[in-house]
Design a protein around this ligand. Structure first.
Ligand SMILES: Nc1ncnc2c1ncn2[C@@H]1O[C@H](COP(=O)(O)OP(=O)(O)O)[C@@H](O)[C@H]1O
Ligand SMILES: Cc1ncc(COP(=O)(O)O)c(C=O)c1O
Length: 274
């Protein structure tokens, strides 16, 4: 019997600025995978804007999950992103343990920081707690800052990082559990891309020409495509290539709109091509 795949998206819902759930949900749907949101926080705008209205959702998560359990909802994939409090890590950990089967793919985007620093809403304690999600993941998608925090190693800048060091970092992360590790946002002169590591395979760097400057939401578009693509059964490298090409195309179009960087990527234009 034919059956669609279904994933749970554990992330915040941000009303304006194109990030997290508002980006992942349409992308996963466009990849023809059913997307079920489990909200961690509600924000009017994301944290790159001044004075966002933020309402933590820790209190709703356990009854919400318990209700899914009563309805016997099952998932082919679970994808986690922005978490609003350290208590949420334990809740999400239990959710993964209770709802995973041998076939469920768990994708953890350890959203914690960038440029060597934690995001304003992330405390040191929360970043310590995030380490507990790594062993449960099949795939993780940290940037270099997040990888450094997860391994307790100093952050290496673009100038200092080499392919050999990236291999060692990815291997150290894979030793904690995930079979597949993608280190995102690696700049190499005029290129930007991802170090792609898979146990037992040769690693690769998949990237494109850098388009424009810093822009919010690239990580969420990336994780959305990786989630939908992997759950559908695409290989890791095919999934990363798809994400890189889509982001490149959408960024080039976004630049023509002169959209402020905090307003994210105008990905809607290309959704039907996924
Ligand atoms: N300016 C850019 N030009 C082209 N591709 C980009 C650009 N910025 C990001 N990307 C792509 O999106 C991926 C995810 O972006 P990244 O900035 O690492 O996310 P995060 O927000 O999680 O730090 C990158 O690894 C790269 O493939
Ligand atoms: C609430 C929230 N979720 C998610 C993100 C992650 O966004 P990005 O895709 O740029 O990593 C941010 C970053 O500002 C954020 O504020």
């Amino acid at each position: 019997m034919k059956r669609q795949k279904r994933v749970a998206l554990v992330n915040d819902i941000t009303g304006f600025g194109r990030c997290s759930m508002t980006v992942e949900l349409p992308i996963v749907s466009a990849l023809k995978v059913e997307a079920c949101p489990l909200p961690t926080a509600l924000l009017s705008v994301h944290t790159a804007f001044p004075f966002p209205y933020i309402q933590d959702q820790t209190h709703i998560m356990e009854p919400y999950i318990e209700n899914w359990r009563k309805h016997q909802v099952t998932f082919d994939g679970i994808s986690t992103g922005f978490l609003g409090s350290k208590e949420q890590v334990a809740i999400v950990k239990k959710f993964i343990q209770d709802f995973s089967t041998d076939e469920t793919v768990v994708i953890v985007d350890p959203v914690m920081g960038d440029w060597g620093k934690l995001y304003a809403s992330y405390t040191k304690e929360l970043s310590e707690e995030m380490k507990h999600l790594v062993p449960l993941a099949d795939v993780i998608t940290p940037n270099l800052t997040e990888a450094s925090y997860l391994l307790d190693i100093p952050y290496l800048s673009e100038e200092e990082i080499t392919m050999e060091r990236l291999e060692k970092i990815a291997q150290a992360l894979a030793d904690k559990g995930p079979k597949q590790v993608i280190i995102t946002g690696i700049s190499r002169e005029e290129k930007i891309g991802n170090f792609v590591y898979e146990k037992g395979e040769a690693s690769s760097f998949i990237g494109t020409k850098k388009i424009g400057g810093e822009r919010s939401g690239t990580g969420d578009v990336f994780t959305g495509i990786i989630t939908g693509s992997i759950v559908r059964g695409d290989s890791l490298t095919t999934s990363v290539r798809k994400a890189v090409d889509f982001i490149g195309k959408a960024l080039a179009y976004t630049e023509t709109l002169n959209l402020p960087p905090a307003q994210g990527i105008a990905f809607e234009e290309f959704l039907t091509e996924l």
